[in-house]
Design a protein around this ligand. Structure first.
Ligand SMILES: [Zn+2]
Ligand SMILES: [Zn+2]
Length: 162
């Protein structure tokens, strides 16, 4: 694990967080659910083991919606200003967390591994030349470096009911 540490927070400054190391994977998702939940063209989420995320300050609220693959998607927001900060998806369980890259203090420091659900994008959105683009999803075993794929496998194993 690298020594990298990144910090971020909500729009009003109530919630602050810190996350340690490199993400397992980073997706720029253009699916219609992400469009609806953000009110925007897409979202950029970076995924970590939840124990690498430190909630430094501020009360949060939890909002459960349906995930695209079925199951629940819990969105954690600042209880004061409502900024969506991170999410737990049933696929990875509470051991995994998807942090919204736009809430980082330095969001430009994180680059997506993949653009996903490009088929659903708003038709005027331009896609990057230098990031892999997928019509829907991708095979993580092919896209991710082995060390990061191993972290993903370990998380998925924890999420499966014993
Ligand atoms: Zn806030
Ligand atoms: Zn999506």
């Amino acid at each position: 694990m690298s020594d990298k540490v990144m910090e971020g927070g909500c729009a009003c400054g109530n919630v602050r967080y810190r996350v340690a190391g490199d993400p397992i994977f980073v997706n720029n998702c253009h699916c219609t659910l992400c469009q609806q939940q953000t009110g925007s063209t897409s979202v950029v989420n970076m995924f970590y083991e939840t124990d690498r995320l430190t909630h430094l300050s501020g009360e949060t609220s939890r909002h459960v919606v349906k995930a695209g693959r079925g199951g629940d998607h819990a969105i954690i927001r600042c209880a004061e200003c409502g900024t969506a900060l991170w999410s737990h998806y049933s696929r990875l369980g509470e051991h995994g967390v998807g942090i919204r890259v736009g809430t980082l203090d330095a969001p430009a420091s994180v680059r997506p591994d993949a653009v996903i659900f490009a088929a659903d994008r708003m038709p005027w959105v331009a896609l990057p030349d230098d990031i892999p683009v997928f019509e829907t999803t991708y095979d993580a075993s092919e896209l991710l470096p082995p060390e990061r794929f191993a972290r993903l496998k370990a998380l998925a194993a924890k999420a499966r009911p014993a």
